[in-house]
Design a protein around this ligand. Structure first.
Ligand code: GAL
Length: 663
C-alpha cells in the first residue's frame, strides 16, 4: 500500500464497520432480489461484492455485452444505501473464450492441461487472456466508475487460488524474462542456481524451463525462483487490471482479496499489499481458533497495521474440507469480532444467499437454504447490530505490541523445499506455535514482514528464518545490538537469497551474533522426541551445538549423550540474541518463554488468571484505545475488574464470547 485509501463513502456518513457479503444475484430470479434487499436491511448490510464470477453473463459471446442486469443490481443496492464493491469479473473465463483459445488454459508440472468447467482456468501470464480480461475491466470501469454506489474495485478473485503455478509455454517465456531481469546474464543465473551441480549449466535463457516434472529433485534455486516468479506474475496481473481502473476511475480505490489462511502460500502478500489501496483478506477456519487470530495478525502486518477489509469468511460450514461441520454457538460472532480486533473495518462473508445449485450449494451463507428463520440468520442480524455499535473503532490502527513475530514468504518457500534434512518441517506451524505460546502468557504479538520497522519491539521472534540475505542479517544484528532481543530457531540463517548455504557452520548468517556453531543438523523421526533440561521434550529437530563465545548463556540442554546446549542466549550490544535448536512445542515454549520475555522486559497485560483463556487485542486511534477480550475457551470467563467501559459485552465472557471496552 503506497497510501491507504478506504471505501468511498457518501459525504457526511457516520463512520461504521462495513458489513456484507459476496452477492451473486445473477444466480437468482428478479423477485429474489427484493427479498435480498429486505433481509440485507434487516441485518444492517451496507456493502456487497458483486459480479465476481459474472463474466459469462456480462459477455455471453465475443463482442456481445449485457450490462442491463448489473445496472439494475447496482441501482437497487444504491437506492437502499448498500455500497457495491464491484468485481472486475475476470476470475472465471467463459466457455466460449477457452474453446476459442485453449492456449489460455493452465498446464500442470506433469504437462496436463486444466480444463474449463470449474473456475480460474487461466494462465496468469497469457497475453491472450490478458487482452480479453482487460477489455472486460475497461468496459466495467467506463460504465460504472462514476456510479455513486460503487465504493471500491475488487480485482479478479483470490489471485492464484487455483492457477498460481502454471508450467505452460507462456509461463516459460515469462519466467525467462523474469530471470533475465533478475540476473542480467546467463552467467548470473548459472551462479545463483549452482548449475555446476548435475550438469545443469545453461548456455542461454532460451534453454531455461519452469521446474516441470523431472527425473529427480529439480534444482532448488530454480524451484524457489519459480515460486517467486509465480507470485510476481500474479502481482503483475493485478497491476495490469489496476492500471486500467486507475486510468479510467482514479477516485475509486482498488483492492483484491488475499488468502492469508491456513497453509495457502502461493503469493507473497507483503509484496502484493504494496500494489493496492487497502488490503482485503479471506479467511476460513480449519481446526484452530488461534490460527484465525494469527492469520488476522499477519493480515494486519502486511497492511502496515492500518484498517483492512475482511472480504470473505463463513457464517458456518464450508463445503471443501473432508468433513464440513457447522460453527458452534457463538463462533460466527466471535470469529468476526476477532478479525475486527486485528484491524478489520469491514466484515463480509462468502456469500449472501446460499446457492441452490452448483459446487458450493452446501457452503453456508448469511441466508441459508432454510431461510430467515434460522440460527445463522439470527446471528447475522445480531452481528450487524453489534458492528453498528463499533463506530469508535473505525479508522483506528492495531496498537503495536511489545513482541513481533517475523513472517517471511521467502523462508516459507525455501524451508519447505525437497531434498532437505527433513520433510516434516512446517514453517507456518512453528510460527503459529510461538503465537499461541505467547497468547497463553497473555502477551500480544504483531506478525510482521521482514522489511517492517523493528525498532519499537522489545523482542523479535524469527522462527525458521531460513533464507537470510546479508542485508537482513545486518538488520537483525543491528536490531539486537541497539537493545532489541532477537530469538531465532533451528533451520534459520542457513542460506542466502540464492539458496546457497553459508559456509563455516550453522546457523550461518547468525553464527557470530549467537556465538555458537553447529556442524550437523540432527532431525528427529516422526514421533521421536528428545528430553530437555526444562522438563519438556524437543521434537522434529535437534542440533549438537558448540558454544564458541565465552558470554553465551545456556538456557536449556538436551538430556542426550550426543547433544549439549539446546537453547542459548548471548548479549549483543545493549540487547541479546537467543537460539532455539529444536521444536519446543507449546509445553517447551511455556517453560522457556518466561525467561526470554523477562530478559527482554516484556510484561503481560492480562492478570494471571486470564492469561491462557483470553486473547487481548488492542486498537488505537482518534477515539482512544479500544481493547478486545476474546474468549479462547468453551467455558465462561470472568474478566474481573480489568475493564469497565464496555462498547460491547460485559465482564462475563460467555463460552467463545467477546467483550470490547474503551481504555
Ligand atoms: C473462496 C472463494 C469464494 C468461495 C469460497 C468458499 O476461496 O473466493 O468464491 O469459493 O472460497 O469457501
Amino acid at each position: 500500500m503506497q497510501t491507504h485509501r478506504w471505501l468511498r463513502t457518501p459525504e457526511g456518513a457516520a463512520p461504521r464497520i462495513s458489513y456484507g457479503a459476496d452477492y451473486n444475484p445473477d444466480q437468482w430470479s428478479r423477485e429474489v432480489w427484493d427479498d435480498d434487499v429486505r433481509l440485507m436491511k434487516k441485518a444492517g448490510v451496507d456493502v456487497v461484492s458483486v459480479a465476481i464470477f459474472s463474466w459469462a453473463k456480462l459477455q455471453p459471446a465475443p463482442g456481445v455485452w449485457d450490462f442491463a442486469w448489473l445496472d439494475e443490481v447496482i441501482d437497487l443496492m444504491h437506492a437502499n444505501g448498500i455500497g457495491v464493491d464491484l468485481a472486475t469479473a475476470t476470475a472465471s473465463p467463459p466457455p466460449w473464450l477457452t474453446m476459442a483459445h485453449p492456449e489460455v488454459l493452465p498446464v500442470t508440472a506433469e504437462g496436463h492441461v486444466l480444463s474449463q468447467g470449474a473456475r480460474q482456468h487461466w494462465r496468469p501470464t497469457s497475453p491472450v487472456f490478458r487482452e480479453y480480461a482487460l477489455t472486460v475491466v475497461e468496459k466495467l470501469a467506463e460504465r460504472y466508475g462514476s456510479h455513486p454506489g460503487v465504493v471500491a474495485w475488487h480485482v479478479n478473485n483470490e489471485l492464484g487460488c487455483h492457477n498460481a503455478y502454471d508450467y505452460s509455454d507462456d509461463a516459460a517465456a515469462a519466467f525467462r524474462a523474469w530471470l533475465a531481469d533478475r540476473y542480467g546474464d546467463i552467467a548470473g543465473l548459472n551462479h545463483a542456481w549452482g548449475t555446476a551441480f548435475w550438469s545443469q549449466a545453461y548456455g542461454s535463457f532460451d534453454e531455461v524451463l519452469p521446474p516441470r516434472l523431472a527425473a529427480s529433485f529439480p534444482n532448488p534455486t530454480q524451484q524457489l525462483d519459480f515460486a517467486r516468479f509465480s507470485s510476481d506474475a500474479l502481482i503483475d496481473y493485478l497491476v495490469a487490471e489496476r492500471e486500467v481502473l486507475n486510468r479510467i476511475t482514479p477516485d475509486v480505490p482498488v483492492t483484491t482479496n488475499f488468502m492469508i489462511t491456513g497453509g495457502t502460500r502461493h503469493a507473497d502478500y507483503a509484496a502484493m499489499a504494496k500494489e493496492i489501496d487497502f488490503v482485503s483478506n479471506d479467511h476460513y477456519v480449519t481446526a484452530d481458533r488461534d490460527e484465525l487470530a494469527f492469520s488476522a495478525a499477519i493480515t494486519s502486518g502486511v497492511a502496515g497495521h492500518r484498517p483492512w477489509f475482511l472480504m470473505e469468511h463463513s457464517t458456518s460450514a464450508v463445503n471443501w474440507q473432508p468433513v464440513n461441520r457447522p460453527k458452534r454457538a457463538g463462533e460466527l460472532i466471535r470469529d468476526s469480532l476477532t478479525h475486527v480486533a486485528h484491524g478489520a473495518d469491514a466484515v463480509c462473508f462468502f456469500q449472501w444467499r446460499q446457492s441452490s445449485a452448483g459446487a458450493e450449494k452446501y457452503h453456508s451463507a448469511m441466508v441459508p437454504h432454510a431461510g430467515e428463520d434460522t440460527r445463522v440468520y439470527r446471528d447475522v442480524v445480531e452481528l450487524g447490530r453489534i458492528l453498528q455499535g463499533l463506530g469508535d473503532v473505525v479508522g483506528s490502527d492495531r496498537d503495536p505490541a511489545q513482541v513481533a513475530i517475523l513472517f517471511d514468504w521467502q523462508s516459507w518457500w525455501g524451508s519447505e523445499l525437497d531434498s532437505h534434512p527433513t520433510e516434516l518441517l512446517e514453517y507456518r506451524r512453528e510460527a503459529l506455535e510461538w503465537w499461541t505460546a505467547l497468547a497463553n502468557l497473555g502477551i500480544r504479538a504483531d506478525v510482521v514482514p521482514t522489511d517492517a520497522d523493528l525498532a519499537g519491539y522489545r523482542m523479535v521472534v524469527a522462527p525458521v528464518l531460513y533464507s537470510v540475505p546479508e542485508a537482513l542479517a545486518d538488520t537483525l544484528r543491528a536490531y539486537a545490538t541497539a537493545g532489541g532481543h532477537l530469538v531465532t530457531t533451528y533451520f534459520s540463517g542457513a542460506v542466502n537469497e540464492h539458496d546457497h548455504a553459508y559456509l563455516g557452520g550453522y546457523p550461518g548468517a547468525f553464527r557470530d551474533l549467537l556465538g555458537i556453531r553447529v556442524e550437523e543438523f540432527r532431525p528427529l523421526f516422526a514421533g521421536e522426541t528428545v528430553p530437555l533440561s526444562i522438563g519438556t521434550n524437543g521434537s522434529l529437530w535437534s542440533e549438537p551445538i558448540d558454544v564458541v563465545a565465552g558470554d553465551v548463556e545456556v538456557l536449556a540442554t538436551y538430556e542426550h549423550e550426543e547433544l549439549g546446549a539446546a537453547v542459548t542466549r548471548r548479549p549483543a550490544g545493549t540487547g541479546s540474541a537467543a537460539y532455539v535448536s529444536t521444536r519446543l512445542g507449546l509445553d517447551g515454549l511455556a517453560a522457556i518463554l518466561p525467561e526470554l520475555l523477562s530478559g527482554a522486559g516484556v510484561t503481560s497485560e492480562l492478570p494471571e488468571a486470564l492469561r491462557s483463556s483470553v486473547e487481548l487485542v488492542v486498537r488505537a486511534g482518534a477515539n482512544g484505545r479500544v481493547r478486545f477480550f476474546i474468549n479462547r475457551t468453551d467455558d465462561a470467563v470472568d474478566l474481573g475488574g480489568v475493564a469497565t467501559d464496555f462498547l460491547y459485552g460485559s465482564a462475563t465472557l460467555p463460552p467463545r464470547g467477546v467483550a470490547i471496552a474503551r481504555g
